[in-house]
Ligand binder design. Structure first.
Ligand code: TYD
Length: 201
């Protein structure tokens, strides 16, 4: 593929949004064509997922895994603004969360084996060139969520955050063929960004 596919992962409150904006600005300034995207998407499946995350619609863990999978397939394949089409046109695609989130969040309840198969062996789903994991201790994530939000989503309770962080590391150990870089994100945004740039450029 002519373009590069970069994924950011991390707990809620790990600072993904800030770092993604900075990286996009920096790469654009260097003349790259950059496209920012996220999961859940803005497509119909993403809407169903957001209702479930907000607790408006109740969904079982398996349903959530299936919805995220369908959303990801649409995200890759959409002919207009899908990831595959953008990479083919030479864009650097930066995605806020991808299948590593499904393995971490849905994997806690469902077990990893079938989730890994469903996501990583699906021919429609692209493998990222790079995954940057912004690592913060659970307390930092919890504090940042408290400061930034009026209400919490279903995965944002403190005990869940701790379990998710552990699950991310379990997932990374299993995915040996993936380019995953863990960055200590419990520092100033400037220090974190410096490390990100060293990896990306
Ligand atoms: P959201 O508030 O959209 O974004 P963020 O916290 O990244 O700023 O939250 C997305 C939530 O969806 C987050 O709690 C993680 C969860 N999620 C999954 O459970 N599985 C997935 O496959 C993805 C992509 C996200």
């Amino acid at each position: 593929m002519p373009g590069k596919f970069i994924v950011f992962e991390g707990l809620d409150g790990s600072g993904k949004g800030t770092q993604i904006s900075r990286l996009a600005a920096e790469l654009s300034a260097r003349g790259e064509k950059v496209h920012l995207t996220c999961e859940p998407t803005q497509y119909a499946t993403g809407g169903l997922i957001r209702d479930a995350l907000a607790g408006i619609a109740k969904r079982t863990p398996s349903e959530m895994a299936g919805l995220f999978l369908a959303d990801r397939i649409a995200h890759c394949e959409n002919p207009a603004d899908g990831i595959k089409s953008l990479l083919e046109r030479g864009y650097t695609v930066i995605c806020d969360r991808y299948y590593y989130s499904s393995l971490a969040y849905q994997g806690m309840d469902l077990g990893l084996e079938w989730l890994i198969k469903a996501n990583l062996e699906c021919p429609a789903i692209l493998k990222p060139d790079l995954c940057i994991f912004l690592d913060v201790p659970t307390d930092t994530a919890d504090d940042r969520i408290s400061k930034g939000r009026a209400s919490r989503e279903i995965f944002e309770e403190k005990e869940t955050i701790e379990r998710v962080r552990k699950q991310y590391f379990k997932v990374f150990e299993k995915l040996s063929g993936h380019n995953i870089r863990v960055i200590n994100a419990a520092r100033s945004p400037e220090e974190v960004f410096e490390d990100i740039l060293k990896i990306v450029i």
